[in-house]
Structure formats: C-alpha cells, structure tokens
Design a protein around this ligand. Structure first.
Ligand code: SF4
Length: 154
C-alpha cells in the first residue's frame, strides 16, 4: 500500500488518506488471509496531484472534494509498468465517489470478487485484466450504504 500524507499533513488535500489506509489495514490483519490474497498494489492520493499514484494502483483511491466534504473515488486495473501488472495504464473508476465509511467495504467487495473469479494462482491484477471492469464495478457499488447506487444502461 502507498498512501500520500493527505489531509492530515498536506494543505493541498481534498481528503485524508491516512485514516483510509488505517481502516483497510485494520480489516486485513490476518497473515494467512494476506498470503491468500497475494500481491496487490493499493495506492491512495488525497487529491488529483496524485502523489500516492492512485492511478497506477491495481486498486486506486482518490480523495475528492464535494461541497466541502471528503469523498473517495475508487478505480481498479491500474498498473505502474512492473512485471506483475504489465504495461503502465491508469485504473478505471468504478462509479461515483464513496463516503469514507464505505471505502473498507468497497475494498473488501473487490477482494472477494477476486477470490470468487480467480483462476489458480492468478494475481488480483491478472484476474481484473482477464475478467474486465464490470464485475468489480458492480461488486463495489453493491455495498453502498451511505451514497446512491449508480444506474447503468443495460
Ligand atoms: S496527492 Fe495531494 S494531498 Fe496527497 S500529498 Fe500530494 S498534494 Fe498532498
């Protein structure tokens, strides 16, 4: 995980990064669970200056400001060009931004979707690239509790 200093320490921030990183870390403490999930680049930036390189994360989180409040845009499928993720590419946003309290559930939904859809020993990013965006997008949006679910054209 990479998280920029965000709103706790950076005057340019739209949102805090560190509490989001903490809440995800607290949810994933079990070493066997982490081993099962394998290598995943999760990057968090507190604003579009992108110091946390959210765009190149297999999962990216970007803090945005709406009406003076903190919101978080989540993307999947990014790569920094390393062997694991393949050629560098920006992740694709899964939908409208989420409230801070929703973000850990969104991450869990993405990871559980990976566990359901992966082939043997397939990494998260390889699975996301093979399966495509929609299954992960739908899982992320399904766990919204505080924000409206988007409507997609069929
Ligand atoms: S991404 Fe934005 S909030 Fe984070 S350190 Fe850079 S300028 Fe500050």
């Amino acid at each position: 995980m990479i998280a920029c200093p965000g709103g706790d320490y950076c005057a340019l921030a739209n949102a805090r990064s560190i509490p989001i990183a903490q809440s995800i870390t607290e949810r994933y403490q079990d070493l066997d669970d982490l081993h099962d999930l394998g290598p995943i680049d999760l990057h968090i930036s507190g604003c579009i200056n992108s110091c946390g390189h959210h765009h190149s994360g297999h999962i990216g989180i970007l803090g945005v400001d709406k009406d003076g409040k903190e919101w978080y845009q989540v993307s999947i499928g990014g790569s920094d060009g390393s062997d694991l993720g393949g050629p560098a590419v920006a992740g694709k946003v899964v939908g409208p931004s989420f409230a801070a309290a929703e973000v850990p559930d969104v991450i869990e939904a993405l990871l559980e979707t990976y566990r359901e859809l992966r082939h043997s020993k397939e990494s998260f990013i390889a699975c996301a690239q093979r399966v495509g965006h929609d299954a992960f997008r739908d899982a992320a949006n399904e766990v919204r509790q505080l924000t409206a679910k988007p409507v997609y054209a069929s």
